[in-house]
Write a new protein. Structure first.
Length: 435
């Protein structure tokens, strides 16, 4: 029996979670637009149908998704909206448990059910629209998901449960997607995946990240290409000469290492040792001049004892990452780590995360002070009060440092690059003037 409903007057799309979810929402928007359905991202005013693209990664994210669903369930109860649809990782993982609990939700879709979701709102899924999507973050930068899913066995991670096995997108499709985005005004492209360094193994039988970077760097109008989510084990060093030789590939690499103690790396099933991790990082730093390294750490994992944490603090102090984020371990059912004892109390987990960020606070300030009196090319992202806010090539949107330029220094356009002189440094921001 066909489940197709009538076309909504307007769809409001609410996206939670990571940049990969942002891309999925942009794809939904592109399909709806092509299907002549009015749709807006985040602005749900006047929408009779709400689609929530949820996150199911860790406790806090799951709670935020459930709270958002309950909010719109209430909106539906009082008649402010007609239809409520839920998709994304939380739905993929828990729809059977949640649907009886929240009957106001008309339909729950998993992460691989886009055609069914579109059919629900009266739109036919169009494969030929691959690469066509409606940017939701900014006009001048966008994220591109180079693959879906992950084959890695990291013990703490529920993502493979929600996103399945690693599937790379063909180079041709990604190049076309980049050209479409540049046509629509994009100058900076963030390459994202669960594990970007695994790119190509499934469809080409070998790692093809270097070739992909090379091909994308030839896309006219693409001024910055930024690589995220590199995995340290079996790192494809052939991307380094490409990063060095191509001026439009940012001297920036996001490489989550999660931990450094051999004991914890083993418990996390990361497939790499402390020594090998340091060798990989040292080689990247020595082969790409002036590269900014971002990493992500996880504290409080089962098996992390005080001496392991001391080792991690020592490593962070010694390695001086340019950018660093830290998460506290979340005991996720269905993951391998869920079979281990979650022995680190939550307040200790938080204390450890705070300790790491204290160290990083000083490192980041010291590195920013080295940029004072230098000239930096800055991409203007937005205007905030009396300031233009932008970023250098060493900073990714939403997660890294920003450059603050007073609007009294003359007219600048959002989306433009401007050469600046760095006047002052703060732990996570720079103060600059146009030159
Ligand atoms: S690489 Fe590990 S942490 Fe990252 S998505 Fe895959 S399983 Fe999860």
């Amino acid at each position: 029996m066909k489940t197709r409903d009538h076309k909504p007057k307007k769809v409001g799309l609410v996206t939670l979670g990571c940049s990969k979810n942002t891309v999925d929402s942009e794809v939904i928007m592109g399909q709806l637009k092509n299907g002549n359905v009015e749709a807006e991202h985040e602005n749900v005013d006047g929408a009779d149908t709400i689609i929530i693209n949820t996150c199911g990664f860790i406790d806090n994210a799951k709670q935020e998704s459930i709270d958002t669903i309950l909010h719109y369930a209430e909106e539906k109860k009082v008649g402010n909206i007609e239809s409520l649809i839920v998709t994304g990782c939380l739905s993929q993982r828990y729809k059977d448990d949640l649907s009886p609990e929240i009957p106001e939700v008309d339909k729950w879709y998993g992460t691989f059910e886009l055609p069914q979701l579109l059919d629900k709102v009266g739109v036919d899924y169009k494969k030929e629209l691959v690469g066509e999507r409606q940017s939701s973050v900014a006009k001048h930068y966008a994220y591109t998901k180079i693959s879906e899913g992950c084959d890695r066995p990291c013990s703490f991670c529920a993502i493979p449960l929600m996103r399945g096995k690693h599937v790379s997108k063909p180079i041709e499709d990604l190049v076309q997607e980049a050209k479409n985005l540049v046509r629509d005004g994009v100058k900076e492209l963030m390459l994202i995946a669960q594990d970007s360094t695994f790119y190509g193994i499934d469809i080409y039988g070998e790692r093809k990240l270097a070739e992909l970077l090379d091909r994308l760097s030839d896309v006219e109008g693409l001024e910055w290409i930024r690589l995220h989510y590199a995995y340290p084990s079996k790192f494809p060093f052939d991307i380094l000469p490409i990063m060095n030789s191509k001026p439009n590939i940012c001297k920036y690499l996001d490489i989550p290492i999660q931990h450094i103690s051999d004991n914890v790396l083993k418990s996390m099933r990361r497939g790499i040792t402390k020594r090998r991790t340091e060798e990989v990082l040292d080689r990247i730093k020595s082969e790409v001049n002036n590269i900014a390294l971002r990493t992500t750490l996880l504290v409080g994992h089962p098996g992390e004892y005080e001496q392991d944490f001391e080792e991690l603090k020592d490593f962070v102090t010694r390695y001086e990452f340019n950018r660093l984020g830290v998460f506290t371990y979340s005991h996720e059912e269905g993951t391998h780590a869920y079979t281990l004892e979650d022995h680190v109390p939550q307040e200790i987990k938080q204390e450890r995360a705070d300790d790491i960020m204290d160290i990083q606070h000083h490192i980041s300030l010291a590195k920013n002070l080295q940029l004072v009196n230098t000239t930096q090319k800055v991409l203007i992202d937005r205007i905030e009060g009396d300031n233009y806010i932008g970023r250098t090539q060493f900073d990714s949107p939403e997660v890294d440092n920003e450059v603050i330029i007073g609007i009294d220094h003359g007219y600048l356009r959002v989306g433009d690059f401007v050469n600046t002189k760095i006047l002052e440094a703060e732990p996570f921001d720079l103060i600059a003037v146009p030159v």
